[in-house]
Design a protein around this ligand. Structure first.
Ligand code: GAP
Length: 456
């Protein structure tokens, strides 16, 4: 993690948030390379789960939403973390994380999410767990903190009342359910997909972007008639979809992944069954992507709170149905962190990000062999400009070629094109492959085709 964090800062993937003002805990900004990588992951997710499917449509709901939505969903009452404070050094942390990290330090994999405040407190006391920050054992009681961010609406204080920054994108899919049914040709079973920011006022243990207070969610609410569809089968279908996306789409090694089912205590209040696809992060197997069977909980709650009928009519039987829902929900930033970790490799001094070419921020870098030879620079510039119309291209004419290759390897750029003296004679360039470091001689007029075939 330390090496990756340093690389992210050095190369412009991820910066600490509000850094010039001393930083703001649990926030990060994405630099030029991180922005491209995030975008490529989001586009791939969208292509896979919306564009290539005929049963899923997209939505882009607002981030600020009515407080009644979050009262209906149960988040105002129930979306809270159990926190504990060290009286000595004032460090505040999640009680479940304190306990899990303590036991994982002893080689034990113990999950305690979902235990009551009293149960958590008992474990901390009985095991005499010390503060990881100062080593003392002077804890406050375990207390609940709600994760939703309230926002004050209206120019005059108190005028517009209170809204919330959304804690999940899912609620937008439920509150717009009727709008989508009435405005498009969807038929059960069908899904609504959304990618967008979510906000949770949580304390995080500083594992880069693994857990932040602002993050990007990619969620599908897959609606179905429980009398026509078996939820167990849909659940299994979604498990396969998620697994394939991570292994084939993002190129992650299968041995770094596993499924873990939540027991009754850990499961969210809205879910009848939840399984997490977990990735083996440097700090252990952790949730990457959750899959939950939310039943008709949310549509019924919104019907009750809004007094609007959110049922739909089956065109064959004329029967009213409140659909049930299966929800795969993943954080794009967590996918990004996993992708970076999984692609990180070292070869002596050389650091290489072996990103799948379709995810790489820059697909190709173009260099003139020497920066002070005008005819080389001119030819390289022409290639750069023409490739730029088709893909993300980086330009570099500083230092020697070896250093430029090193820099591109760290950025994960799969191909480097060098214009040299031979280019001026026979209109060919060298194309160097990031992973094998092998070089091919390719005609300029075949270059685009050659690269496109390798980066899809
Ligand atoms: N609608 C269901 C829902 O939001 P969740 O398990 O709370 O479920 C879904 O979150 C996914 O979002 C997680 O599997 C994780 O990938 C990501 N995620 C959750 N909290 C996060 C945070 N604070 N920072 C970054 N990613 C987060």
């Amino acid at each position: 993690m330390e090496k990756l964090t340093a690389l992210c800062k050095r190369r412009g993937f991820i910066f600490p948030g509000s850094e010039i003002y001393g930083g703001l805990a649990n926030t990060y900004d994405y630099g030029p390379l991180g922005t491209e990588l995030l975008r490529n992951i989001k586009n791939l997710w969208w292509k896979n789960f919306v564009q290539e499917r005929s049963d899923i449509v997209g939505l882009d709901a607002g981030i600020i939403s009515h407080h009644r939505i979050w009262e209906a969903s149960g988040h105002v009452a129930g979306f809270a973390d159990a926190m504990i404070d060290c009286k000595n050094c004032k460090a505040r942390m999640r009680a479940d994380h304190l306990i899990e990290n303590y036991f994982s330090g002893k080689g034990e994999d113990r999950k305690v999410e979902g235990l009551s405040l009293e149960e958590l407190e008992k474990i901390v006391q009985e095991n005499k767990i010390p503060c990881p920050n100062c080593g003392k054992q002077e804890w406050t009681k375990v207390r609940k903190f709600n994760l939703l961010f309230p926002v004050q609406l209206g120019i005059v204080e108190g005028e517009g009342g209170q809204g919330y920054l959304r804690g999940e994108t899912a609620q937008g899919m439920f509150t717009n359910f009727k709008n989508i049914v009435d405005s498009s040709r969807v038929r059960l079973p069908f899904g609504i997909a959304q990618i967008g920011k979510g906000f949770r006022n949580e304390i995080t243990p500083g594992q880069l972007v693994f857990r932040t207070i602002e993050f990007e969610l990619a969620e599908v609410e897959y609606f179905f008639d429980p009398e026509k569809e078996k939820w167990e089968e849909l659940f299994e279908d979604w498990k396969k979809e998620m697994w394939n996306f991570v292994t084939k789409g993002l190129g992650i090694k299968e041995e770094s992944l596993r499924w873990r089912e939540h027991d009754e205590k850990e499961r969210s209040f809205y879910s009848k069954k939840t399984e997490d696809l977990e990735y083996n992060f440097p700090f252990g197997f952790k949730e990457l992507w959750g899959l939950a069977y939310r039943t008709d909980y949310d549509l019924l709650k919104h019907t009750e709170f809004s007094k609007k009928d959110l049922s739909i009519v089956d065109p064959q039987t004329n029967k009213k149905i409140v659909p049930h829902v299966i929800e795969p929900a993943v954080g794009i930033n967590r996918l990004l962190l996993m992708t970076l970790l999984d692609s990180y490799a070292e070869d002596g001094e050389r650091v290489i990000l072996k990103l799948d070419p379709k995810l790489a921020p820059y697909k190709v870098a173009v260099f003139p062999l020497l920066a002070n030879k005008e005819n080389l620079v001119e030819e390289a510039r022409k290639i750069y400009e023409s490739l730029k119309k088709e893909m993300m291209v980086s330009w570099d004419d500083r230092g020697n070629i070896g250093k430029r290759y090193f820099a591109q390897d760290e950025a994960g750029t799969p191909f480097c094109v060098t214009v040299d003296f031979q280019t001026l004679e026979d209109k060919t360039v060298t194309v160097r492959d990031r992973d094998s470091a092998k070089q091919d001689r390719i005609a300029i007029d075949k270059l685009q085709e050659y690269l496109k075939a390798k980066i899809v």
